[in-house]
Design a protein. Sequence first.
Length: 204
Amino acid sequence: MDIYNFSLYLGGSGLALMALGGLGRHGPGHAHHSSHHGGVTHGGASHGVAHHGFAAKDWAHSALWSLMSPRVLFSVLLGFGAGGVLGGRVLSGAALFAVAAACGIGLERLVVAPLWRFLFRFASAPAQTLESALYDEARATSGFDANGEGLVALEVDGQVVQVLGTLCAEDRRIGLRVRAGDRVRVEEVDGARHRCTVSYVARE
């Protein structure tokens, strides 16, 4: 098996597995973020040179992250292999390699990437659970009793839910009393029992 047939097989198999598992949505390419604040001066030509330098570095960094995406790698391999197998009937050597490489890039940019975005455009985000509210602020909807317990309202997955809140041991020890409307912070979550431990933040 030559390099083109191997690439065709590997790229096709990889893309098929990713499509079935829905893994393409979590490629490293989506984790990229950049900053343009470091080391750029604000005067004359030096600002322009620095700006273009950072733009070039940012583009190179973005391209590198994209190439590390499994989906991009597999689609380029698939196009490279297909181009090599089909082009091998009339070309050879460096010319065949160049045509195969162009086919790999073209398949990714013009076919696979748009199709991938379309396939997963309607995929819903995973539902959040009570644990997602950890360290968020909540609001007491009732005064806490002598045991440091009361109802608190917090936002989970876009909805406001009420759970039983227990004031943390340190706040209970110093005698803090939570009244309805006070702001508290979620410190621990017990999703199974639908309750949480909170610390006092401020009184409205």
